[in-house]
Design a binder for this molecule. Structure first.
Ligand SMILES: [Zn+2]
Length: 215
C-alpha cells in the first residue's frame, strides 16, 4: 500500500498519517521529518534546508526530490509507505511517478483531507509539539495529561515558530494554488479519495481506513 496524503497545512494530516502508519504498519515518510533530520545532522544540505525553512520558504524541488528518492529506496519501504508533505505540486507528483517507475511500483492511493480555513487556524494556533520526541498535541482537542508537558517524555511543549497566523494564511494560499493540479493528476489515475476533514480525529481516520480496508 503506497499512499500519498494530501491536505492543507494544519488540517490534521500529521495526526492521520501517524494513525494510518501504525494501523497498517507502513513507514511514515514526511519531508518535514527528512528536513529536520538533515538539519540535525549539521551537513551542508542541512544548512541549505534550514535557510529556507527559517524564512518560511519552501525547500527547492531538486533537493527535496532527491531526498525523497533516497528515503523511498530504503528497505522498510518494500511493502509500502505513506508520503506526507510530498508531492507538493504537479512537478513533484511527476517526479514521484518516475521514482516509482524505476522500482516497478505505483502509488495506489491519494487522499485529500479537505478542511475549512477557520478550522485550520483553530487547530494550528492551538497546536503544541514536544521538541524532544516530536509528539504533537492540541490545547483543546488533544491536550496532554499534564498541561504544557509531553505525555511521552515529560518535556515542556512548544508552540512552533512557523505555527503563526500570517504564516499559515500564506501557506494556505500557496497550497491551494499548487494542489489543484496534483488532485487532477491523481484523479486521472483513478486513485484520488477526498475525505471530509472538518470532523474529529477518529471520524477522519475511519473514512480513510474504510477506503484502505476495502481495497
Ligand atoms: Zn516528548
Amino acid at each position: 500500500m503506497r499512499i500519498v496524503l494530501l491536505g492543507t497545512p494544519g488540517g490534521g494530516k500529521g495526526t492521520q498519517a501517524k494513525l494510518i502508519c501504525n494501523y497498517f504498519n507502513i513507514p511514515h515518510i514526511s519531508t518535514g521529518d527528512i528536513f529536520r533530520g538533515k538539519i540535525k545532522e549539521g551537513t551542508a544540505e542541512g544548512e541549505v534546508i534550514s535557510s529556507y525553512m527559517e524564512k518560511g520558504q519552501l525547500v527547492p524541488d531538486r533537493l527535496t526530490i532527491s531526498l525523497v528518492e533516497e528515503r523511498l529506496i530504503k528497505d522498510d519501504c518494500k511493502n509500502g509507505f505513506l508520503l506526507d508533505g510530498f508531492p507538493r505540486d504537479e512537478k513533484q507528483a511527476e517526479a514521484l511517478d518516475l521514482i516509482m517507475n524505476k522500482k516497478n511500483e505505483q502509488v495506489n492511493f491519494a487522499f485529500l483531507i479537505d478542511v475549512s480555513k477557520e478550522i485550520i487556524l483553530d487547530r494550528v494556533l492551538g497546536r503544541r509539539v514536544c521538541p524532544v520526541c516530536r509528539e504533537s498535541y492540541h490545547v483543546k482537542y488533544n491536550p496532554p495529561k499534564v498541561p504544557g508537558k509531553c505525555d511521552v517524555c515529560g518535556t515542556a511543549l512548544v508552540h512552533r515558530p512557523d505555527d503563526q497566523k500570517e504564516i499559515i494564511l500564506d501557506r494556505l494560499t500557496i497550497y491551494n494554488q499548487t494542489t489543484q493540479p496534483i488532485l487532477e493528476f491523481y484523479e486521472k489515475k483513478g486513485i484520488l479519495h477526498k475525505i471530509k476533514g472538518d470532523g474529529g480525529i477518529q471520524d477522519i481516520f475511519s473514512q480513510i481506513s474504510g477506503v484502505l480496508k476495502e481495497a
